[in-house]
Design a protein around this ligand. Structure first.
Ligand code: SAM
Length: 215
């Protein structure tokens, strides 16, 4: 008989060893990671690896990001309940779920329709209510702008101007920028219409493809 996996315990260990001990401090963020069942966002045959300290394949050449990377991006965004957030790259929907769990009003764009559909179903089953949009997130989503936070979960050659335009004054964009193989995680805060940038270390994301991304 197959042994039942204690996902709750794995979740607690992930938060302790992969997040708290690496410097993630925001209690609300940590508590959201304790509540979202990551195993629901990975393919069925990889559920036993759902809490491993690495990204995992989710099909179509894409990945669910490493838990720590999702945590650091969320912490840098400093989300508060009710914040309007635009996420580019829904993927599995895990980052979307974390933002919903924090009480944000989330709009998430995914360019691969099959992934968007799967994520939409998973999020719905868990009771989260983000707006999932199929399209090119490099041009943002004008209709609901401006956004308090924009989180880009794919690697960009540069920060798309459309996203800067759709960010509210004082708002934050979190985005990996670099080449196709490695990037630097940037937090930009919009001050008087321009981004003030901070650099938060190296990372590796799948490419952000689109009009203002990789062609
Ligand atoms: N946030 C995701 C999660 O929690 O599973 C991880 C996303 S994965 C690292 C990056 C995603 O960005 C992929 O699903 C990819 O298809 C998507 N993507 C790439 N370019 C995009 C674009 N221009 N617009 C929307 N999605 C894009």
């Amino acid at each position: 008989m197959e042994e039942k996996i204690d996902f709750e315990k794995l979740r607690e260990e992930m938060v302790e060893y992969q997040m708290k001990r690496r410097g993630i401090k925001n209690e609300k963020v940590l508590s959201a990671f304790l509540k979202v069942p990551r195993e629901k966002f990975v393919p069925a045959d990889l559920q036993n690896c759902a809490y491993d300290d690495c990204p995992l394949p989710i099909g179509y050449g894409q990945t669910i990001s490493q838990p720590y990377m999702v945590a650091i991006m969320t912490e840098l965004a400093e989300p508060e309940k009710g914040d309007k957030v635009l996420e580019i790259g829904t993927g599995s929907g895990y980052q979307t779920a974390i933002l919903c769990q924090l009480g944000c009003d989330v709009y998430s764009i995914e360019r691969i329709p099959e992934l968007a559909e799967k994520a939409r179903k998973t999020l719905q089953q868990l009771g989260y209510k983000p707006t999932i949009i199929v399209g090119d997130g490099t041009i943002g989503y004008q209709e609901f702008s401006p956004y308090k936070i924009i989180i880009v979960t794919a690697g960009a050659p540069e920060i798309p101007q459309s996203l800067v335009d759709q960010l509210e004054e004082g708002g934050k964009i979190i985005i990996p920028v670099g080449d196709l193989y490695s990037q630097e995680l940037i937090r930009g805060i919009k001050r008087k219409g321009k981004l003030v940038k901070e650099y938060h270390g190296g990372c590796q994301f799948v490419p952000l493809k689109g009009k203002e991304g990789w062609k």
